[in-house]
Structure formats: C-alpha cells, structure tokens
Write a protein that binds this ligand. Sequence first.
Ligand code: BES
Ligand code: MN
Ligand code: ZN
Length: 494
Amino acid sequence: MVNNIQCAVVEHQAAAYENAESIVLLLCKECAAGVGKINLPESLQAAVNAFIEKYPDFYEVEAVNSLALMHEGKLLQLTIVGCGEGKECTPANFRKAAGAAVRALQKQKITTAIVAVPLLLKATRAHYLQAIAEGLYLGAYKFNECKGESKPATECNITITSAVENGEAVLAQAEAIAQGVSLTRNLVNRPGNWVNPVVMAEEAGKVAEAYNLEIEVLDEKEMAAKGMNAILAVGQGSKNPPRMITLKYNGAGDAPYTAFVGKGITFDSGGISIKPSENMGEMKDDMAGAGAVLGAMQAIAQMKLPCNIIAILSCAENMPGGNAQRPGDVVKAANGKTIEVVNTDAEGRMVLADAVWYACEQGANRVIDIATLTGAVIIALGNETSGIIANNDELAEAIKAAGKKAGEAFWQLPSLPECKEAIKSDVADLLNSAGRAGGCITGGLFVGEFIKEGVEWAHLDIGGTSTATKTSGFKVKGGTGFGAMTLIKYAGTL
Ligand code: BES
Ligand code: MN
Ligand code: ZN
C-alpha cells in the first residue's frame, strides 16, 4: 500500500471484470484496436466502442473521459484515459495517464477498480507495467500532515490486467520506488519549523535502521575537526545547528562507490543577503536535493539493487542571526580552497563544497550532486527541465537516459573552462557568486572545484523542478520529489 493505493495484477480474462465498481481503460490510439482482445463482457465492449466513437480524442495523453452505466443491475463507472499515439506511447506517458486515472478514481470515491490495459497483453512489457503502477501510486499522493483534522483518505484496491512475466515482482519494484519518492515529497512539503538539519538526521536514521544501512552524522564539532568551514559558515546564523549525514549502501561487494550528494538547506532566508519577503516561504523546499537522495536511497535499499552507493545529505539552515556569516567573509573549505562570500544567499554551493569533497574523501569514484541551487536554472530551462553541469559527458548522458525512464527531463548546459574565470576572487581562491550571467553554470562550476582530480562528476540543478504549482500526470502540486526517481533508475543501471 502506498498513498492508500494497493495494486495487484490479473490476466485479461472475463472473470476479472465481474463485480467491478469501476473499469479504467488505459488506451493509446493504437491500443484502441486491441480492446476486443482483453475479454471484456460483451455489453461492456459495446459501451466502450460507443464511447470511443463519441470521444474521438480519447487517446490524448491524460485525457479523462468517464461515464456511469448500469451493468448487471449495478452501477459501473467506465473511464477511458488517453496515453497518446504513435511515438508518444512511452512508459512515461502511461505513467502520466495512470496518475490522472487514479485521481479520477479518488474523485469518484471508488474503492475497488480494474485498470484494463490492452498494451500489457505482451509478456515483455514489464517497463510499461512498472510505469503504470508508479503512476497509480504517485498520482494518488496527498500531503495532509499539516491539517489539524485530516479526514482519512479512501483506500483503493486496483487490479491491473497484465500478461507481463513476474507481474507481482514488477509491482513490488514500483511500490518501493513510489515509497521512496513519497518520502522525498513529504520532506519537501514539511514546513521549515518541522524539518531542521537534526530532523533530517533523524529521518535518515529511520531509513538506515529499516534497511540496515551504515550511517554517520557529523555535528558542528566533528565537522570543524575535518575543516568543513564552508557548511559551518552557512549554518552559523541559525540556532538549528548543521549536520553532515552519510549513509552507505553496499549491494555490490567491493565495487567502487557512486556518491549521491544532496543540498539540504532546511530553510533559505538568504542569510544577511536576505531574500525579499514575497514567496520566501517557498524556501522550505531548499532541502529537496537531500530529500531526493534520501528517498532514492530508501528505494535502492528496499529493491536490493546490485550497486554501491554513498549518500550524503549536507544540511544547514540559512538564517541572518547575530552570528551569521557576513558578505565579504572569507572561509576555508575542507579541501583547502578559500571562498570569498560575496552573497550569503549563494549558500547551497558552500554546503555542497564540503559534501562533495567528503564523498571523494570516502573513495567515491563518481559523484552526482543534486540541489535547488539557483533561480537562474528557471530562467534558462523553465519548470519542467533540470540542468546538468558535468565534467564527463557520458555521465550526463546516462543521467538524461535515466531521467527519460523516470519521466523527469534533464538538459546538459555547456561549461567551458573560460566560464571558471567568473568565479575567481581577487582576495581568495573562489567567489561564491558570479552574479546573474550564466548563474546556473557558474553555480555548478563552483561545486566542481571541490571534486577530486579524476573523479567523474555531474551536478543536477533542480531549482525549477522541485515543486509544482499544479497537479498533472504523476506529479501533485507541491513537492514533486524530482530527481529521486532518476537516481533510482540510474542506480539500476550500475
Ligand atoms: N535556493 C536558492 C535558489 C532558488 C531560488 C531555487 C528560487 C528555486 C527558486 C539559492 O540558495 C539561491 O538563493 N541562489 C541565488 C544565487 C545567487 C545569489 C548567486 C539565486 O539563484 O538567486
Ligand atoms: Mn540561497
Ligand atoms: Zn538555497
């Protein structure tokens, strides 16, 4: 059960549809021709044919058309959800359609439903089945934790018609992924007064305990001993102390570790370079990178993927307290480089500086960091696509490919060596901000300065994608969990 949804699979047989309260058909244009093969009772088959004729655009991605009819003396909801045509008929679009489908079921207060999918008549379509289940679980997500009296959401048992081999095992994977992504969403949606760096460490502790992962939580003193003055500088303006949290998952013996490093600013006021008050509250989501890393780590451990991952959540609260860092301050990061703090609102790259260094220090030969690092990425790429800055094009391509599987879009930005000039300081080694021009690129390049020679690295800027202003597909308004699923799919390729 995830988000009050339980999925199961059944063969495409007449008995499957008996006594159903609701039948949802997931159809692309081409699948519509195959509706005759899924063994619907004759009268329903006739209704579906009439329905398709009445709504010729039924196949458009996420189009939902529903009608109630009497079937054997009982009310039956028949819903058709479109999954595209031709090249659009991807697992990603079926995932989106499944998200729209489950919200239609919730709205209709359905407690048992059949999701009938002619596309799954082929035994080899496991990736489609998995995407559909992910969409059903994640499209149903709701964040109710902050409501004083939350009414219990109705549970819905969904049976998917499928001939896919090992269907139950495929569903178990989808469930693990949806649980991981939902954990990310919960952390992102929780307000800043509920989630501080110590709470992040507790949340990581729960995951470590449940899946038997190694965990280390560094407090201020321990970070100081390691010279992690960049994260400490960011955290020093807050009463809530910073934490550097490391989890280790060993699923591949002594193979080298890949590190996932997340920005975990539990609230970003901007510090002394304070942000305008309008919409400042949105900055409770500034730990979305760390949230994505933790959600991914939970799913990877639950799925027992054959890979070795170090997860680092670099957590601090950026506040303008009496002990806060000042613009003009110079701090020495753990790798020995000095940083001139021109803008205390460019804090994400500072917490990541020490974190990616720590990942390399622990022997990772590949580092992927993920962060709500800049507003500039929104100007460059909008709210659907995350930016990639990398020192290795194959790694960037692998992340884009994993993103495609996850229904999450990434785009690699150019990072010419010349761009590094912009982050050079006159008084120190580096400037923490190079202003507006190419802000997403210079932000990423700054983080890259703390990667050890020879280590593959990619930086994912989710500044525009970590939250959504409207519900659509498998994403629900609020925290999207963006990046968690991509990291899981990427780990699946290791
Ligand atoms: N967390 C913000 C980036 C952000 C802002 C993400 C709005 C999503 C929406 C980050 O810490 C920040 O403040 N970045 C500054 C950097 C600048 C001072 C170089 C920015 O983008 O303005
Ligand atoms: Mn900031
Ligand atoms: Zn920030």
